[in-house]
Design a protein around this ligand. Structure first.
Ligand SMILES: NC(=O)c1ccc[n+]([C@@H]2O[C@H](COP(=O)([O-])OP(=O)(O)OC[C@H]3O[C@@H](n4cnc5c(N)ncnc54)[C@H](O)[C@@H]3O)[C@@H](O)[C@H]2O)c1
Ligand SMILES: N[C@H](CO)Cc1c[nH]c[nH+]1
Ligand SMILES: [Zn+2]
Length: 457
């Protein structure tokens, strides 16, 4: 292998899986965060400028802008993005029975896990006549994004829709990029999955423009029905989708920045290089900007994985995309002194997916506190979680797993607190309220309590 070339198309000759050596170095958390492989800032700044332009264009020109963006980015001439009901029905009726069976199994597992996540309401009696409650209430309307640029991610329909339904959301809209090869509609397997789950409001809109359409709504024009704004936008996507979600957060709720895929694998000398390489490639396959990172204390394993990557990358279907992803600055092997340092690196990196392939993998996994999802041992690869584990594959990226969660039922719920005190219960704490209001120089707060107990004039 040689250093990646900028001019020729990626081949295994150009595969360069960089090596970052942390051995013998005692790095602080900030130093670790700065040193782990990451996408370059310039790429993110460029995407942000492009997305800001798309937001402003879609907000000012509505459907006209959507039509132009579909033409520019998806190569499709579109009159209106709403997918007709008969196309949804047709996609399901023409779905390959094997794919249907797989979708049904995935739905079945995802539903069981999602329904078990519903948090219970609580009522707490803090004294006679003093009750506070916390009620979990679904948001009214959601917009779900399903990627369809490089690959039609029909499984992402399930990952979005199942928790929304389990949360009790009443109005669900879904968007996915228009496809040149399918008359400008989203990919038929995506349409079929939506129909299977009972979703009938589906739009052929891709990228940042889909996120903006959901966040702000698109006004109707003449006989074009509007797209109503939503309360929460969820779903995975490329750098443009993730950037758009970050920029509209505050106008709407989002799940997390579920952007370009990442996999980190923490492995020791007991790990099998062919499995490690296959899993790194499985996620590199998503995007030339995907991140595949191996963290290991075994130089021997690192060397074996590099050889395996070259061998497997040469024959995998999306070889060129995989080689570009493995050779990017966001990918590589991090060599550490021992598992202690490896765990610290993984917690600093906060990968979307973290696989543990070490002796006593469950004990090591228990020490991970920053990751979108953790995959334990040789028989829990990320591909399992992508399709059929029951867990959700829409997960935070770019280090945001340190403070945000993968898509789950609570993404679509709000905890509303209800306060219900009677006269005697309020009177019991009224002196404290007056004292605290005085301490904060907000006597009006105290008066609002006192007036309830004052003698009538
Ligand atoms: N984190 C997660 O949970 C998760 C899950 C699944 C997939 N993913 C990621 O989702 C992504 C899917 O990406 P994709 O591209 O295949 O599909 P996508 O649907 O996310 O993006 C396609 C859209 O991107 C827009 N686009 C393309 N080039 C553009 C440009 N130069 N400027 C502005 N907009 C542009 C177009 O509108 C196009 O319709 C991958 O990066 C994959 O790794 C992440
Ligand atoms: N690995 C992706 C999450 O980053 C999810 C996915 C969908 N289909 C295949 N994979
Ligand atoms: Zn995947």
């Amino acid at each position: 292998m040689t250093t990646s070339s900028e001019t020729s198309a990626p081949s295994t000759d150009t595969l360069y899986f960089r090596s970052i050596d942390f051995r013998g170095r005692h790095l602080t958390l900030a130093e670790l965060r700065a040193a782990v492989p990451r996408a370059q800032h310039q790429t993110m700044a460029d995407a942000e400028q492009k997305v800001l332009d798309i937001i402003s264009d879609v907000r000012s020109r509505g459907f006209a802008a959507l039509g132009e963006l579909a033409s520019r980015f998806d190569g499709v001439e579109q009159s209106h993005p709403r997918v007709p009901a008969e196309e949804l029905a047709r996609a399901l009726s023409e779905l390959d029975p094997k794919v249907r069976a797989a979708l049904e199994e995935s739905i079945n597992r995802a539903r069981q896990f999602a329904e078990a996540q519903r948090p219970a309401n609580v009522d707490v009696r803090l004294g006679d006549g003093a009750v506070v409650s916390q009620n979990w209430i679904p948001v009214g309307r959601v917009g779900l994004y399903v990627p369809g640029g490089l690959a039609p991610l029909a499984s992402s329909v399930i990952m979005n829709v199942v928790p929304a339904v389990a949360a009790g959301v009443k109005s669900i809209a879904l968007a996915s990029p228009p496809q040149k090869d399918f008359d400008g509609l989203p990919h038929p397997t995506i349409l079929a999955a939506a129909k299977l789950l009972g979703i009938d409001e589906v739009y052929a809109i891709g990228g940042a423009q889909a996120i903006v359409s959901f966040a702000y709504g698109i006004p109707g024009t003449g006989d074009e029905l509007p797209i109503e704004p939503v309360d929460v936008v969820t779903g995975p996507g490329n750098i443009f989708v993730a950037t758009a979600k970050r920029l509209v957060k505050g106008v709407v709720g989002i799940d997390s920045e579920a952007g370009t895929t990442e996999i980190a694998i923490l492995a020791d000398s007991t790990a099998q290089a062919p499995l490690v390489a296959a899993d790194l490639i499985s996620q590199a396959e998503h995007d030339p900007k995907a991140a595949s990172v191996l963290v290991t204390d075994s130089q021997e394993l690192a060397d074996a994985v590099v050889l395996e990557l070259a061998r497997q990358a040469a024959t995998t279907k999306h070889s060129s995309r995989v080689i570009e992803a493995l050779s990017g600055p966001q990918s590589g092997v991090v060599l550490v002194d021992d598992l202690e340092q490896g765990i610290a690196v993984c917690n600093a990196y906060a990968a979307e997916h973290l696989e543990i392939m070490t002796a006593d993998a469950a004990a090591v996994a228990a020490r991970i506190h920053n990751a979108g999802a953790v995959f334990v041992g040789d028989f829990s690869p990320v591909s399992l979680g992508d399709y059929c584990a029951g867990s959700n594959h829409v997960l935070p990226t770019s280090g945001t797993a340190a403070f945000s969660s993968g898509l789950n039922v609570t993404t679509f719920l709000r905890a509303v607190q209800v306060i219900n005190y009677d006269r005697a219960a309020l009177e019991e704490v009224s002196g404290h309220i007056v004292s605290l209001a005085g301490a904060e120089d907000l006597p009006g707060h105290g008066d609002a309590v006192r007036i309830r107990f004052a003698e009538a004039p």
